[in-house]
Design a protein around this ligand. Sequence first.
Ligand code: PEP
Length: 240
Amino acid sequence: MQKIFAANWKLFKSPAETRQFFKNFKEVVSKSTGEVVFFPPAICLEAASESVKGTNIAFGVQNCYAQVQGAFTGENSAQTAKELGAKYILIGHSERRQIFGETDAAIADKVALTQSLGLTPLLCIGETLAERESTHTYRILETQLELGLAKADKTKPVVIAYEPVWAIGTGKVATPEQVAETHTDVQTILTKLGFKAPILYGGSVKADNAAGLIKQPHVGGFLVGGASLEVDSFIKIASV
Ligand code: PEP
């Protein structure tokens, strides 16, 4: 199955920088062995949409509200993202959970709405360092998947990103052994819940560690933050 290489730009890049990035990225995208997906800031979505027109580069927003419209100041509409050509919605990133207090219940509603619009939710899960050290990782991931997918349609696409919170933006990448073991656990949980979904790894993926991680069992690609902001480093990762 084709790997997925997803870029989470967080709150970086302006519309002009987005256009410049894609101008350069389109020249090298054919080196990628998989599907590439970008999550620019919502305010850059139109610039991304126009930049990737006519290519097979996919994009989406980093978050959406669980309703398509209404009096919800400051939120993103998945419906509007779809109208701009988005294919994916990133849901439940650890920064959303930790900084903005996003709950598993809210995440479940966003996953359901995303699927109902014909878009693919990219649902992020992951344990904190304290949870890993107290060996609760399996239980944490099982709960996040059970609750986050509680309203999901098993017949529609969904992608999971396993992102250990302690590895996001820290430079502390999980070892290939930790990735192998945890992705196998995530696969077991998904099978038990009745879902078939690619499982991406995220957490300090860089050009020099991607090749070792992609070989691990049940690694369906990567979700990349910092190293996705530069064309050179991201295309190296997307070409492993
Ligand atoms: C992320 O933002 O999902 C992420 C994995 O970030 P980084 O690659 O910078 O650790």
